[in-house]
Design a protein around this ligand. Structure first.
Ligand code: HBI
Ligand code: FE
Length: 267
């Protein structure tokens, strides 16, 4: 991307689609082709339908305005371009207003398998398709509102774990078997196989307080995944005011990433 832009108060910038190079689009194409071979039978039906309905395709990095118009008709969400990670309060305010902040740049060829910050492939291929599902769309907006409240209560470290173990690394049990809905998994070549097939990680039935006690690692595949039954379960469990949960969590010890505790229902 050639032009450095100064983000405004909400950190949004122009996607500047015409500035992507042939190499940028080629990296997208390579990532897209690799993931689309893996995801049928692994990603959940809601994610795959969203990908299809948005017309997110191999050919190149999508134009956010085109995707936003389709999403807006389906669930009222739009994509806004940002230069990278934005401050927590800014991020939550966007989600609460049904705007998904997507990074506009793409990784380098050396980062095909792993990068720690989000890029446009992670944000758009990973996060955006599932926002075509009305229940998940409502869940993420509610998360944004909850995030603003958690900030004011000093409880963000607990709430951030909920984002991590659902929005980023969530699994869902379906009649056909376990499927992926988390963006960190669907956008990762290695983890989309490991999360479902490796005997190493624990797969634990969704439990809100258990999740908010569980530490996570950002530098390796996860040691634990939490499994929802359906998106209504996620939306309903997170509907109540979290203030009393945060109070209870103060006297409950954190749980290490791969540890088990009494009451875990393993899937
Ligand atoms: N910014 N662009 C961007 N993307 C994120 O996922 C993100 C962020 N800022 C803060 C943030 N996430 C965290 O607050 C959440 O992961 C909880
Ligand atoms: Fe993400």
């Amino acid at each position: 991307m050639g032009v450095i832009q100064n983000p405004g108060d909400d950190f949004t910038i122009d996607q500047d689609w015409s500035a992507y190079t042939g190499e940028d689009h080629a990296i997208w194409r390579a990532l897209f082709e690799r993931q689309s071979k893996l995801l049928p039978g692994r990603a959940c039906a809601e994610y795959l339908a969203g990908l299809q309905d948005l017309g997110v395709a191999a050919e190149g990095i999508p134009d956010f305005a085109r995707l936003s118009d389709i999403m807006e008709r389906a669930t009222g969400w739009r994509i806004v371009a940002v230069p990278g990670l934005v401050p927590d309060d800014v991020f939550f305010a966007h989600l609460a207003a049904r705007r998904f902040p997507a990074t506009n740049w793409i990784r380098s060829p050396a980062q095909m398998d792993y990068l720690q910050e989000p890029d446009v492939f992670h944000d758009v291929f990973g996060h955006v398709p599932i926002l075509m599902n009305p229940v998940f769309a409502d869940y993420l907006q509610a998360y944004g509102r909850g995030g603003l409240k958690a900030l004011s209560l000093g409880a963000l470290p607990k709430l951030a774990r909920l984002y991590w173990y659902t929005v980023e690394f969530g699994l869902i049990a379906t009649p056909e078997g376990l499927r992926i809905y988390g963006a960190g998994i669907v956008s990762s070549h290695g983890e989309s196989v490991y999360s479902l097939e490796s005997p190493k990680p624990k797969r634990i039935a969704f439990d809100l307080l258990r999740i908010m006690r569980t530490q996570y690692r950002i530098d390796a595949f996860q040691d634990a995944y939490f499994v929802i039954e359906n998106f209504d379960q996620l939306f309903d469990a997170t509907g109540p005011d979290f203030t009393p949960y945060y109070a209870r969590l103060k006297s409950m010890p954190d749980i290490a990433p791969g540890a088990g505790v009494d009451g875990d229902r393993l899937i």
